[in-house]
Ligand binder design. Structure first.
Ligand code: COA
Length: 336
């Protein structure tokens, strides 16, 4: 399907009016009802090429050269700081065909490459899963929760704030994301919930009981992390984790893998392993290692074998490092 962003004619405002008033738009957004004449004025103010520094740039999403499928805009543009907001609406008959995802990719190119903007933000109702999926697929990171940010049908609703910088857009340092029903896995470190990871590792992980939160935070900084999340209409909750310590060229150590107790037995650890082993971080490495007390059958499915050359391996173990640390609170910068 051919998808383009076109600058609409003022007479086409009827289409914008139609998608603004459709049921899904009204359910997830605090969009007041604007009459057609008001929309025509707004459209006239925002339909010029991005080289014109106006407050908003609005496009219609056109499919197969003829039909309008949606409306997309960057607005509240602060040309001085280079920051703006993103919004999009797709006509219901075109939902779930990847159209919003492609339209967002096209407007990001315009905003960052032609408009030279620095950062794009978006706000979604916590319950608007399709919308955050679109942002996640385009590399946006979750930057925070906004309490009672939206007033939808007279009721205050919580929202998420998402952001993407031009650097992340250009360098492709965008995180990876995999999705399965209500769950998603991402390598986006901004989404990691340190207190939940620390609670599990320090209290339930036999290999690092008592690990201080500062050490967990430092290990995150220096690893490729895979967070597993349960996303329902009220919250995004981290329920699993794994990290890779790697030079990203020859070697990786896979560690701190867990799924929280209530979520076990649903195939989530297999899915987490599939995502890790198919990710770009482990392709072409010479060796990937891990240590496990009883998880052999899981890891064997992904090619791991108990080493047949144990005599070639050496190690130093500091099993009581965290006991010592916890007993010596004055040691502010301990070895991990
Ligand atoms: C949000 C919206 C723009 C998405 O448009 P779209 O063209 O359907 O989006 P895409 O097809 O590109 O992607 C939708 C993704 O959400 C997923 N999705 C849709 N409904 C979902 C649901 N209820 N639960 C979980 N995922 C859902 C789809 O499976 C797809 O993800 P995938 O590609 O990983 O399978 C559209 O639903 C819309 O116009 N809603 C009303 C206006 C609105 O809320 N705008 C956003 C304001 S923040």
């Amino acid at each position: 399907m051919k998808i383009e962003l076109i600058s609409p004619n003022v007479e086409d405002a009827w289409f914008w009016h139609q998608v603004r008033t459709q049921e899904t738009t009204q359910r997830f957004n605090n969009m007041g009802v604007l009459d057609l004449d008001r929309l025509k004025i707004k459209l006239a103010e925002s339909n010029r090429d991005i080289s014109v520094k106006q407050q908003a740039h609005r496009y219609f999403v056109q499919v197969n050269d003829i039909e309008f499928a949606g409306v997309i805009a960057i607005r509240d543009i602060d040309w001085e700081s280079g920051v703006c907001d993103l919004g999009y609406l797709i006509a219901e008959k075109y939902h779930n065909q990847g159209i919003a995802t492609r339209a967002v990719a096209l407007i990001l190119e315009k905003a960052f490459e032609q408009g030279k903007l620095r950062k794009i933000k978006a706000i979604t109702a916590v319950s608007n899963v399709a919308s955050y999926r679109v942002l996640q697929k385009n590399g946006f990171s979750l930057e925070g929760s906004l309490k009672e940010e939206l007033l939808i049908a007279g009721r205050p609703q919580d929202a998420y704030l998402w952001g993407l910088t031009s650097d992340d857009f250009r360098t492709g340092s965008r995180s990876d994301i995999w999705r399965k029903s209500a769950f998603f896995i991402t390598t986006d470190k901004k989404q990691l919930q340190l207190s939940r990871i620390h609670r599990f590792l320090s209290q339930e992980a036999y290999w690092c009981l008592g690990i201080p939160s500062s050490v967990v935070a430092r290990s995150i900084e220096n690893s490729i992390c895979f967070g597993l999340y349960d996303q329902d209409k009220n919250a995004i909750r981290q329920i699993g984790y794994a990290r890779l310590v790697t030079d990203q060229s020859t070697f990786a150590w896979l560690c701190d893998i867990y799924i929280e107790q209530p979520y076990r037995g649903r195939g989530l650890s297999k899915w987490l392993m599939e995502c890790i082993m198919s990710s770009r971080y482990v392709q072409g490495l010479r060796r990937i290692c891990l240590a496990t007390k009883d998880g052999h059958s899981l890891y064997e499915k992904y090619g791991f074998k108990v080493t047949d050359t144990p005599a070639n391996w050496m190690e130093i173990k500091y099993y009581d490092v965290y006991k010592k640390l916890n007993a010596e609170p004055t040691n502010a910068n301990p070895p991990p």
